[in-house]
Design a binder for this molecule. Structure first.
Ligand code: CDP
Length: 220
């Protein structure tokens, strides 16, 4: 477990789909020169591995086999990154992520990253759904980043439309709402704001303003 007394400093950034938490977490990591882990990419990689093997992300055995075979090092490759960011990968991720065995399999790797950030970094920033509640409950700083579903759909639409000109904003909004419902209502590690997390609503904020607001919270 991450503990307050332990070095390094840990910042937990959670929130619903396309809330801007990834962009914010990356910017904070640059600012503080901390290591950054996109934990959603781990679940996306498991979901994509199941699909690539011809399996079903809702099947327990298929999901667990893919989680056990997950290689963190492979996630940084550019073509892997592009595959992981598709809408299909997000949907598959939220199915495998609802399975306790899959979460258990991935939990230790996340805690190891937080406690032993690579390249001798003095801190780690993890973004996801359960970082402040389950993965690093004693993180020094916790942010829960949100925005209205419509704003989030608009942002994600602009991102995904580059590779799919057939996509409609309604599809994106539906996907976001379905995924939020699955993530918030699952039994194991549901998405929720930790009691001691700072709520940051970015509906009306630019990226710069969101970073400023996060820095002001961290400085307090
Ligand atoms: O980028 P976006 O907010 O759309 O999603 P993501 O952070 O890449 O996460 C994809 C999916 O992985 C989520 O919908 C969750 O089902 C799952 N996830 C999770 O359960 N726990 C985490 N710590 C991170 C992601």
């Amino acid at each position: 477990m991450c503990s307050l007394s332990a070095k390094p400093t840990i910042i937990a950034v959670d929130g619903p789909a396309a809330s801007g938490k990834g962009t914010l977490a990356r910017r904070l990591a640059e600012k503080f020169d901390y290591a950054y882990l996109d934990t959603g990419a781990l679940y996306r990689a498991v979901g994509v591995a199941v699909l690539n093997a011809g399996g079903d992300p809702q099947d327990d055995a298929d999901a667990l086999a893919a989680a056990q075979a997950l290689q963190l090092e492979a996630l940084n490759e550019a073509d892997t990154q592009a595959t992981l960011r598709t809408a299909e990968a997000g949907i598959a991720a939220s199915h495998v992520a609802a399975k306790p065995q899959v979460r258990a399999c991935i939990l230790q790797a996340q805690r190891d990253f937080a406690l032993h950030p690579p390249a001798g970094k003095t801190g780690a920033i993890l973004d996801g759904r359960d970082i402040g509640t389950i993965v690093c409950p004693t993180a020094a700083h916790k942010l829960f980043v949100t925005a209205s579903a419509e704003v989030r759909a608009e942002r994600r639409f602009l991102e995904l439309r580059r590779d799919n000109d057939q996509l409609t904003i309604d599809e994106v909004l539906r996907d976001i709402k379905d995924r939020d419902a699955r993530d918030a209502n699952r039994d194991t590690a549901p998405m929720k704001q930790a009691g001691d997390a700072h709520l940051l609503d970015t509906s009306d904020l630019s990226i710069e303003e969101a970073v400023e607001a996060a820095l002001a919270y961290i400085a307090r």
